[in-house]
Design a protein around this ligand. Sequence first.
Ligand SMILES: [Zn+2]
Length: 256
Amino acid sequence: MDKFAELNRAMIEQYAPRPGRRPLLPDLSDKARVALMCRMLFREGWNEHIAGHITYRLPNGTILTNPWELAWDELTASDILTLDSEGTIIDGEWNTTPAIGLHIQLHALRPDVNVVIHNHTRWSGIWANMHRVPAVYDQTGAHCGVDLPLYNEYEGTFENKTTSLSAAQALGTAKWALLANHGALVVGKDLRQAHLRVVTLEWRCKRAYEVELLGGGVPLPDEEVEKVGITDANGFPFCWEAMARRELRADPTIVD
Ligand SMILES: [Zn+2]
């Protein structure tokens, strides 16, 4: 275990739940968690109309995903589809887009990746269109490290299986990527880690946009970003729960 992983483990143990403390969230089904992720990420700017998918592979190999027909800010737990490992719908009343192929290929290529998220994104999409990787200017933009690949071999939409496979292979072992003239892609071992990566990416991109608009700033040195980036492994304790509670306060029917 490297020293950053050790620090992470120590931090989680230090803040383990204390007896009698109220739970951070009610018990949630896996489908409710996916529905909550859709609402949470919509708020972050992953909200291009009905574009985008979140896929969440369960321990039994089936995959939960949001339907094609519904926007991320309207769906609830009962709208979430169940797919087999090939992407065929085995439970649910809605459809998926052919673009789900990218997710299915990534899950197959990366046993470490149980969550794949793609959308045509508000702030990271600007940098993807510029074919530029933004600098990291502050701590919040540094939570997941500095390396951010730009995949710039645009060949069409991900409905084409060859295109999506080349994108999946180009991601390699990366945690995220800017997709030139398209949007962004984030993967993670679980929903918490994937959530932190999305919010960190959008924050980093929004901050860099604002700072450069005012004439430029002083980026954090890479070694400082890597120190802050220890939170990537644990998904930053309590952040997922706090953002999930925000959505549950706004619409308690999400879990239905
Ligand atoms: Zn797309």
